[in-house]
Write a protein that binds this ligand. Structure first.
Ligand code: 4NP
Length: 160
């Protein structure tokens, strides 16, 4: 089993969208039984809540139902339990690098590392913006997810 944790600030917009969309991609690729996906927030003020309604609506238009997800805070045990901790932006990345035990630092990635063709490195926080921000986030997440799946298929035989 390979375990992937998507991390953003609030765990109500970007990381749950990545969680739902990447899971859909794994199911379509026949790999959802060998890759476990979860998401968490570095500083969530929304613990226990479902994703933001704008994130849910945007994901649902692409066939992804986020309504069952619940925001949770990143826990130091996550560094042991997950193989990939994938940050949405540089602030989340710095947070993860600052608190990860040395033995687990190598598990930390910036999501768009897996989509080098975009020449972008951050998935911008859509929380205080309009609906188009969420569409843009999901476009970036789709590209990152495709690249992450290809990476897993290249590195972990069971995911092929
Ligand atoms: P996320 O977006 O990190 O993509 O979940 C945010 C959600 C909530 C807040 C900020 C960003 N907030 O300030 O409550």
């Amino acid at each position: 089993m390979v375990r992937v944790l998507f991390v953003c600030l609030g765990n109500v917009c970007r990381s749950p969208m990545a969680h739902g969309l990447f899971h859909q991609m794994l199911e379509r690729a026949g790999a959802s039984h060998v890759v476990e996906v979860d998401s968490a927030g570095t500083h969530t003020f929304h613990i226990g809540r479902a994703p933001d309604p704008r994130a849910q609506a945007c994901a649902l238009r692409r066939g992804v139902d986020l309504s069952v997800l619940q925001a949770r805070r990143l826990d130091v045990l996550d560094f042991e339990e997950f193989d990939y901790l994938v940050a949405m932006d540089r602030e989340n990345l710095q947070h993860l690098l600052a608190i990860a035990p040395p033995a687990h630092q190598h598990k930390i990635h910036l999501f768009l590392e897996f989509a080098p063709e975009l020449h972008e490195d951050e998935i911008p926080d859509p929380y205080f913006g309009g609906p188009s921000g969420f569409e843009r986030v999901l476009d970036l997440i789709e590209e990152g997810s495709r690249g992450l799946l290809e990476h897993l298929q290249a590195v972990h035989r069971a995911t092929r």
